[in-house]
Ligand binder design. Structure first.
Ligand SMILES: [Zn+2]
Length: 170
């Protein structure tokens, strides 16, 4: 997908080139959905009938992209949904301005964090997990930080970098 940090969820029933959105869902077996990231969270959602791949960064969190995707999956008949959070930048590394921290934490208090230098930062995985718990979705989350682990691409470490893909299919 052509990811734009928005709140659009697109249902895929056949292969289409580069849909502009931040979440793909499908109930068609054999169609693989991919999300590409370098510090943002690759969120994969599975259920018996519907799967989803979601791009969750700071703006995606503010745009409620995860909750909207879960709602769209439930509209398609998904019952028990399980989430997997892939590696992303951690709450100690994702330093932001105080204004940005205030803006995000006013909506997602779980995002509040500090760097090791005690400057404002955001814990996006923790905030996303709080959303999943509110939505009644079970989850497992990677503990890997993409900025700290050289095995992963990190936009914060290298402005020009590759992307890690999260892929899911029925
Ligand atoms: Zn980190």
């Amino acid at each position: 997908m052509n990811q734009v940090h928005g709140d659009e969820v697109v249902e895929i029933s056949q292969l289409i080139p580069d849909p502009t959105c931040d979440a793909l869902i499908t109930k068609v077996p054999g169609i693989a959905l991919a999300v590409m990231v370098a510090d943002c969270i690759p969120l994969l959602l599975s259920s018996a009938k519907v799967v989803g791949a979601v791009h969750v960064g700071r703006r995606g969190l503010v745009n409620s992209i995860a909750a909207k995707t879960i709602g769209a999956m439930r509209d398609l008949g998904a019952r028990e949904i399980h989430a997997q959070l892939g590696p992303s930048i951690c709450g100690r590394c994702y330093e932001v301005s105080e204004a940005l921290a205030d803006e995000v934490c006013s909506l997602h208090s779980a995002a509040q964090s500090l760097t090791s230098q005690l400057t404002p930062s955001l814990d996006l995985p923790k905030a996303l997990i709080a959303v999943l718990e509110t939505e009644g979705v079970t989850y497992e989350a990677s503990l890997i930080c993409t900025l700290e682990d050289q095995e992963y691409f990190s936009f914060r470490r290298h402005n020009i970098t590759g992307r890690t893909a999260g892929v899911i299919w029925l």
